[in-house]
Design a protein around this ligand. Sequence first.
Ligand code: NDP
Length: 320
Amino acid sequence: KVVSVTGASGYIASWLVKLLLERGYTVKASVRDPNDAKKTEHLLALGGAKERLQLFKADLLEEGSFDPVVEGCECVFHTASPFYFTVNDPQAELVDPALKGTVNVLRSCTKIPSIKRVVITSSMAAVVFNGKSLAPDVVVDETWFSDSDFCEKSKLWYQLSKTLAEEAAWKFTKENGIDMVTLNPGLVIGPLLQPTLNQSAESVLDLINGAKSYPNTTYRWVDVRDVADAHIYALENPSANGRYCLVGTVIHSSEAVKILSKLYPDLTIPKHGRCADDKPPMPKYQVSKERAASLGVKYTPLEASLKDTIESLKEKNFVS
Ligand code: NDP
């Protein structure tokens, strides 16, 4: 069986490619620069890669560049999308590649009748950011959609890019009769397969690497291995449909710091540090686990994910 993964060099996609190869799939994988060893070496070293991994060059902003990537596939996993919190030009760096890129990939899919399903890695960034008040008794679920006006006004550019991309994907797939599933993970942590530092692992690194404060943010945590598993379930379960929030635990970064301090008493962690702002702590809330459970998702305990993240960051010399 042949499947396609866009943005295969990325943090989540690398795990997905690994699992797909382990399950015997042939993987057509897109990267922006197949000659960049930092982006491809770890993929080429995976079990089964020699026999069943094919690399393609494709850019989200280049129309038609995904045609050869999706050709002959039964499922397309669209994971490629820029994920940075700090940008100079949000439209060019985040919104255009996320939004135009998603439509480009979907347009390529309309040309290939063998494609039975498209699985898009969306985000909780496309779910929670709508200005509705959050509180411990509020349960966020798949009926929630972030509001692009709210994201724009609040300068939440990454959230804006994911919201516009997912909205466009639902519109396009409805109009063109494509069977699509979206997965909406929270902040993804856990071991890195790739040699470079991705944004969500950097968020954990920022909590330990000599940080004097922690952000006033209630994070929605989920393990990268659980997210990769969910992608496989979305392919292999014919009745999978709609959106799936993927969040194991919701806790404030201050609580994550407490867990990290217990796990690593010797690391410089802002144990006695303070919140980055003087506002009241961002409230806790709940994220429904029902649909994810129906897909077969089981969540790794947060403490284990945090530990595995730090061990991986240490191994790759990111921890100073
Ligand atoms: P990474 O930064 O590790 O991966 C992003 C991937 O997107 C890279 O492979 C990158 O390719 C590719 N990409 C970016 N811009 C372009 C472009 N113009 N053309 C082609 N490819 C491009 O991030 P993650 O693995 O964390 O994210 C993967 C997906 O998961 C994204 O859609 C992200 O929004 C989503 N997500 C991530 C979460 C997280 O916490 N990590 C949470 C929720 C959703 P290249 O290697 O060439 O730069």
